[in-house]
Design a protein around this ligand. Structure first.
Ligand code: HEM
Length: 159
């Protein structure tokens, strides 16, 4: 049985070392705080206005401003190597557990990544090298969450 990380690599096409190349540079030092806030805002503006109702409805019970803050604080901490704002406020990110209430299917990962790609493309403060680093991490993590969800679903069916 492949580990979740291996499954994420197989399914996203992003090798583990490329996904975690974010740890070799400090994107927070490089970019500062603002691009992360803009990226998260830009991303969720798209998500909450998605004409694909099935996707938009996954976020129906989440206040948009909170979602924006959750994501940029997480990005600054994990993707940026910046201050641990997310954990100071909410504890360990534990992303598989925190996504447990939601339908994290492959189809949802594809749509999430489409919005994220568009948000990154329209955030000019993020230079091309940083974009690539971010997208590799985000793609890998999206499929990591899908694989984690599938394992949880299988466990729940078994009891
Ligand atoms: C939260 C959906 C992928 C990071 C959420 C929320 C939803 C959601 C509905 C609740 C909004 C909130 O209250 O913050 C999805 C879907 C994904 C996906 C459908 C498709 C695969 C990702 C990825 C990352 C991520 C790839 C990170 C790279 C987060 C974080 C939170 C969050 C940090 C805040 C968690 C909390 O504090 O409760 N996501 N997500 N998500 N998501 Fe995702």
């Amino acid at each position: 049985m492949q580990s979740l990380q291996q499954q994420a690599t197989t399914r996203s096409g992003v090798k583990q070392e490329d996904a975690f190349a974010i740890d070799e540079v400090n994107l927070y030092q490089r970019l500062g705080r603002d691009p992360f806030v803009k990226l998260s805002t830009n991303f969720y503006n798209r998500v909450y206005e998605d004409e694909q109702q099935w996707f938009q409805s996954i976020f129906a019970n989440s206040p948009k401003e909170e979602a924006i803050q959750n994501l940029y604080e997480f990005f600054i901490q994990r993707m940026g190597g910046g201050p641990p704002l997310y954990s100071q406020r909410k504890g360990h990110p534990a992303l598989i557990g925190r996504h447990a209430p939601f339908a994290i299917t492959e189809q949802a990962a594809v749509r999430w990544l489409e919005h994220m790609q568009a948000a990154i493309d329209s955030t000019p403060e993020i230079d091309p090298d940083s974009r690539k680093l971010m997208l590799n991490f985000l793609k890998h993590t999206a499929y990591f969450l899908v694989a984690g969800k599938e394992i949880m679903n299988r466990r729940n069916r078994a009891v």
